[in-house]
Structure formats: C-alpha cells, structure tokens
Design a protein around this ligand. Structure first.
Ligand SMILES: O=C(O)Cc1cc(O)ccc1O
Ligand SMILES: [Fe+2]
Length: 457
C-alpha cells in the first residue's frame, strides 16, 4: 500500500523536521482489526505468496522468513508465528557486539533486597537533550528470569528525540508500551502504529521497530513480559462480550522501507544490549501473514464491568490483557486499567478497599487522578508510580478514607483519570537506581498516618 522512509526530503523536496515526518506518516494510518487471529497484508499487490508459505521463488524476488513467537509444537490456541516476505533475509547481518545498557536492567533482579515497604515515585526527571526512546528506558524493577522466560520488568521511558537510523528488537520479551505524555510512531517490521496517551501498544518478542516522536518530548511506562504472551482474559460468567473487545485491537498493514546504508540494529538478548551496523534497514518486510503481530489498543474502548448492587469488586474485573503462568488463574502479569466508570454501589465504601495481596502491584497514572489516592504534588501523579509488593498493606489513603466513608452515595461518574496496574504473581525487586532515586517519595507511608480509631465497644 505504501512504503516508508527515513527522515529526509519529502516529495516536494523540502526537508521536514523529524516530527513533521513522523506525523505525516501517522496521518490516516490503516489498521487490521482483531486480536490473536491470523492477519495478512501486502504493501505491494501480489507480494504475498498464495497457497504456500515458502515457494521456490517468492514474488518480486522477496525472501520468505518465519518468525516464531511460540514453539513450533505449542497447541494451536497458543501457537504464534508470522511469515515475512522481505527484501533481505534477517540472517544477512554482521556479528552483534555488546554495548552499554544505560539505565535498562533485566531479570533476575538482584541489586537490592526485595522490599516489603510501600514505595512511590514521582515522574522521571527530564532526559538529557538528544535522548531517544531506547536510550531513555529506565528500569524500575521486576521479577523472574529472562533466560527462563518467566517474570516481567517495569520500565519507564523519557525521550526528546526520535530514533534515527536505529532499530530495536527485544529477544527477552514482548513490550507493552503505555504512553503517558506525547505520541509515538512505531515503525515495525509489520508496519506502522501510532500510539498516544490513553492508548497502549504491544510489540511481540523479537519484532524489530523504531520509535519516532509525534509531538515532541514523551514519557511513559513499559511492561516487558518475559513469560507467555499477553492474551485476552477469559470472560467466564461475564459472557461472550465485555472488557477489552478483540476487534478493538488494531494490527498494522504491511509497510516497508527500501533503504541501503548504515542502520544500527540493537538487540536485547538475555539482559544485554548487542549492536550491529547493517548495510540496509531491516524494516524491509513487503508482505506478511500470521499471528505474531504488534497491536495498538485504545483504553477508552474498554467495556468496564462493575457492581450494580453493593461492594467493591476485585480489580481483576478490569483486566485488559493477561500473561498466564503454568498455574491456571495465576498470572505472570496482568495489565489492568481503571477507566472512566459509574459507581453506584449501595451502602458501600466505593474506592479500593484496604487490602494485603499475595500478588504484587505496580501502578501508574496516565492522566488525572486515581480514586484511592490524593492527587497533586507529592501524591500519586501522572508519570509517577507506586509499588505495593506481595502482602504489603495498602488501600485508600487517609484523605480518601475520610471522604469516601462519609460521602453521599448517589450515582457517581469517575471520569477524572486513567490509571493502570501491572499485577504479577512474583514480588517486584527494585533496581538500585529506583531504590535510591531522587524522585522516590520518601514520606509515602505518611499517607496512611492519622487514620483515627473509631472503635467503640
Ligand atoms: O491497590 C490498588 O489501588 C489497586 C486495587 C484496586 C482495586 O479496585 C481493588 C484492589 C486493588 O489492589
Ligand atoms: Fe492493591
């Protein structure tokens, strides 16, 4: 349908800024609707072989290549692979050499003892000029072991430059990207995705991509999932519909760049970054078909379920995507969204309850406020995050408790914020940089101080 190019003169010969170039590419992007199914796309009509995956000679002299996201032998329901028809096979590359990882860390996380304390951070400070998305990744912590394909990492990012002549691929896991500030254009091997705050992007393990900025400086969160790929949760008694609808996930259409010349390819492998300078762009896939695909999803499309009688339901009802573990019902990591919704519970303390949870909870805020926490400076703010590890006691802060336990219980619309949670079966161990960060809020425990005793026997 169209090809894509590096920064440079547009058709009129005028050199566009990186942002204009990315914006133009993001305008009117086409997508394929549906999660987890087989899709196919060709940027040049006739480029996709019909009737077989690997013809003796693929159309237009393209190379056929399979990208496997699951073992060949996994059950059909879990099997994921895509066939890529590309200008050069991925195998045509020079050796990778180790390079620095900046502030990026990988499981196993051993820099600090796992901490039972409630922790909360302000947003990352602004990045140095010229920081692109990849070099702006900053790891907060995580669990599991990337070499065992278990667990997850929580990263934040801040960037003020587009990746130029640079492409990234993560062999360690898939990446769930949650922008909080500024839009991103993801140029992936399978095509282009635009993702803005309020939307999330999912880039599968191993898929190469470049991140360009759509509006200037950006900030956000990333869940790197080393475990089984994210899937839609079962709906059980909810029925055949509700929560995130499969058709609201959008996969890209094929788009390729036919670029010769130096392109740096950065490969994250078992915790280290490795780099190689290719003599062409690896975003050269002209046609593809398969199921190992990137997606973008608008969190505002989430169909929120909740009580229409009493009590506060558990937040599993807000699960957008789940990465199952080997134990049914026990997620390696769930991605949960607190989207705008009505609260109508009668005789109910409506915000999140006080609780201690065997699961570990990392929370972030995309915009506005969260109904269990006081907003504003020093509170839970957009771009900040909190970590409530396994069995740590948390819930509404004092102000929220005082307000909500005396509030009038008419129907109430909660639409002043968009929060999310990465909830994982294993404790999250902070990196040293997160445990010692200047933006770690030192007095977080105080939000639960002064909760009065009301007991009268
Ligand atoms: O701790 C939190 O704010 C997340 C959360 C929300 C909720 O509605 C119920 C339980 C829970 O852990
Ligand atoms: Fe919680």
């Amino acid at each position: 349908m169209f090809s894509i190019g590096f920064l440079g003169p547009d058709a009129s010969g005028v050199r566009m800024s990186g942002i204009d170039h990315a914006r133009k590419a993001a305008e009117g992007l086409e997508y394929l609707s549906g999660f987890g199914n087989e899709h196919s796309s060709e940027a040049v009509p006739g480029a996709l072989p019909l009737g077989r995956n690997s013809p003796q000679r693929a159309p237009f002299g393209l190379y056929a290549e399979q990208l496997s996201g699951s073992a060949f032998t996994e059950p059909r329901a879990h099997n994921r692979r895509s066939w890529l028809y590309r200008i050069r096979p991925s195998a045509a590359h020079p050796p990778f050499v180790r390079t620095g990882s900046g502030a990026l860390r990988t499981a196993p996380f051993t820099e600090t003892p796992p901490d039972p304390n409630r922790l909360r951070w302000d947003p990352l400070p602004d990045p140095a000029p010229g920081t692109d998305w990849l070099s702006g990744l900053w790891t907060l912590g995580g669990n599991g072991d990337a070499t065992q394909r278990t667990g997850m990492a929580v990263h934040l990012y801040h960037a003020n430059a587009s990746m130029e002549r640079r492409v990234f691929g993560d062999a360690d896991g898939e990446l769930l990207i949650v922008p909080e500030r500024g839009g991103l254009l993801l140029r992936t091997e399978l095509g282009l995705l635009s993702v803005r705050p309020g939307e999330v992007a999912l880039v599968p393990r191993g898929v190469r991509f470049r991140v360009e900025l759509l509006d200037g400086a950006v900030r956000g969160y990333v869940c790197e999932n080393y475990g089984q790929p994210f899937a839609l949760p079962e709906l059980g008694p909810i029925g055949a519909n509700g929560l995130a609808g499969a058709r609201d996930f959008r996969a890209p259409v094929a788009a390729y760049e036919d670029v010769e010349g130096d392109v740096e390819v950065v490969n994250k492998f078992c915790g280290n970054l490795w780099t190689a300078v290719y003599d062409h762009s690896p975003l050269d896939v002209v046609a593809w078909h398969g199921s190992h695909l990137p997606y973008v999803y608008d969190l505002r499309a989430f169909n929120v379920m909740g009580t229409i009688s009493y009590d506060h339901p558990d937040p599993s009802i807000f699960t957008v995507l789940t990465s199952p573990s080997d134990t049914p019902g026990l997620a390696g990591v769930d991605f949960v969204v607190f989207a705008p919704r009505w609260l109508v519970g009668e005789d109910t303390f409506r915000p999140p309850y006080f609780h201690r949870n065997v699961m570990s909870e990392y929370m972030g805020l995309i915009e506005g406020a969260y109904d269990a926490k006081t907003a504003g400076e020093g509170g839970f703010v957009p771009g900040g995050g909190s970590l409530h590890n396994m069995m740590s006691a948390h819930g509404p802060d004092r102000e929220t408790f005082d307000r909500a336990s005396t509030a009038d219980l008419g129907p109430q619309k909660v639409d002043d914020g968009l929060a999310f949670m990465f909830e994982t079966r294993w404790p999250v161990t902070a990196t040293a940089q997160a445990a010692n960060a200047g933006h770690l809020q030192r007095g977080y425990d105080d939000v639960w101080q002064g909760l009065q005793r009301h007991f009268r026997s």
